[in-house]
Design a binder for this molecule. Structure first.
Ligand code: NAD
Length: 439
């Protein structure tokens, strides 16, 4: 069994390595010269648990890397899996990379290979856009054949993708029986739980409803937090106690915003205006949730700004230390795409000197976001405010009492993930503890 994986980003590289490790011959194609050269040299371009080992075990054996699809030996290919990016452009999904990758697949095919779309796409894209491009390219070369195509969404979490590819069920929807059974055969190399759905559109929809559901749940928690802040009630106490032994609830805790490349994008891909035209004013719940989550970093920054100013009336050059630049801390990732920390720092840097830290994010990225990279101890030293923006495991067990001793007075500790008990700070002079969903 062999497969070409087109686009070696988070999705393509992890899938390629997970398949190669199970003995599938994988030809990875990455058009970005820098990424192509890094991966070819056996170095990971992404932060994934175990990836160095997977590369060492498979590169040059069951995993070969190419910059152009033309260089892949066509006679050896059974399946193409397209994993290129589908970013938002002015609020709409851009599928230009998908179209051009599909054209190159159409030019490379002999005719009877299987094509699987793995990129996240608007409903109908596989059948209405990808399939006609493939048919057109084959027709140009006089090849008249049934084209087999399926959609199989990627649902892993960044940071633990190589583990989850073997654990999570794989969803497959194809345009005919052969497409479904051939795709299922490929994914059965990863996991015994491959779920067949009745159409490509159903599979496309499943990807979008998964992420939109998560985003709406988080928006619900974040709205509760905003209300509680106004009312002087602790949102986390409300949520945790309302969930206790109450089987109909599993309300998540609020957060300093919901980022990352998927949750910030997929609700917009799903709830396109033309799809939600049954609603008065096309006011989709899903889009309302997304907008609420997007507003959180700005509201938080304004709250922090006014707290710092109310405590330090005339002080200039105040130091603010921000911890956590990746869009999430756990599972660990170095991905800062749509991280809530970026808009928060953008606002705060206009008024304060920002220092930054993240154990997984390179210093030049922290610097580009507008913060001076530093270690945790130096970050606390003389800071007027420290903000924990993600839940990285290493932020959980700090000797927070001695760190806060080194900070300036008055001092504000913004613990957005409630990693520390607020009681610790009650007896500390000049120290204010706050977070999301707490005054
Ligand atoms: N990041 C995630 O955790 C995640 C999870 C589920 C689904 N998705 C979806 O999967 C898709 C890919 O996501 P990603 O995060 O891996 O994107 P990415 O931007 O990190 O990676 C895409 C890669 O494809 C390469 N590429 C683009 N066109 C190419 C071509 N014609 N030939 C060869 N290489 C090409 C790019 O250079 C890039 O390295 C997107 O549609 C995304 O929405 C992402």
């Amino acid at each position: 069994m062999s497969a070409v994986v087109i686009g070696l980003g988070f999705v393509g590289l992890t899938l390629a390595l997970a398949l190669a490790d199970k003995g599938v011959m994988v030809f990875g194609v990455e058009s970005n010269n820098g990424s192509y050269r890094t991966i070819s040299a056996g170095k990971p371009t992404i932060n994934e648990k175990g990836i160095e080992l997977f590369l060492r075990r498979n590169l040059g054996r069951t995993f070969m890397v190419f910059e152009k699809l033309e260089d892949v030996p066509g006679s050896e290919v059974d399946t193409y899996v397209i994993c290129v990016g589908t970013p938002l452009q002015s609020g709409s999904p851009y599928i230009g990379y998908l179209k051009s990758a599909t054209e190159s697949v159409g030019k490379h095919m002999k005719g009877n290979e299987m094509v699987i779309v793995r990129s996240t796409v608007p409903i109908g894209t596989t059948r209405k856009i990808v399939l006609p491009i493939l048919r057109g390219e084959l027709k140009k070369r006089g090849i008249e054949t049934q084209v087999n195509i399926a959609f199989a969404p990627e649902r892993t979490a960044e940071g633990v993708a190589l583990q989850e590819l073997y654990e999570l069920p794989q969803i497959v929807g194809g345009i005919n029986e052969e497409s479904v059974s051939r795709s299922m055969n490929l994914f059965r190399r990863l996991t015994p739980t491959v779920i067949m759905v009745s159409s490509v559109e159903t599979a496309e929809m499943i990807k979008l409803i998964d992420n939109s559901y998560r985003d709406v749940r988080f928006a619900y928690a974040n709205e509760i937090a905003l209300m509680c802040e106004k009312l002087g009630i602790d949102a986390n106490e409300c949520i945790s106690k309302s969930n206790v032994h109450y089987p109909r609830n599993s309300i998540p805790f609020p957060s300093p915003g919901v980022g990352g490349p998927c949750l910030s994008k997929d609700p917009y891909i799903l709830a396109q205006e033309e799809l939600v035209d049954y609603l008065p004013n096309k006011r989709s719940l899903i889009i309302a949730g997304r907008r609420l989550n997007e507003a959180i970093p700005e509201l938080l920054a304004e709250k922090i700004k006014s707290k710092i100013r109310s405590k330090n009336k005339s002080a200039k050059d105040l130091k603010v230390f921000v911890m956590g630049f990746a869009f999430k801390g756990h599972p660990e990732t170095n991905d800062t795409r749509d991280s809530p920390t970026i808009p928060l720092v953008n606002i705060l840097k206009k008024d304060f000197n920002i220092y930054g830290h993240d154990p997984a994010v390179p210093k030049d990225i922290i610097e580009a976001a507008g913060a001076t990279p530093t270690d945790i101890e130096s970050g606390f030293k003389n800071a007027a405010c420290v903000i924990i923006m993600n839940n990285h495991m290493s932020y959980r067990n700090l000797d927070v009492t001695s760190l806060v001793e080194k900070a300036a007075r008055p001092f504000i500790f913004v613990d957005c993930w409630r990693l520390y008990d607020k009681k610790i700070f009650e007896t500390m002079d000049g120290v204010t503890y706050t977070g999301v969903g707490i005054v």
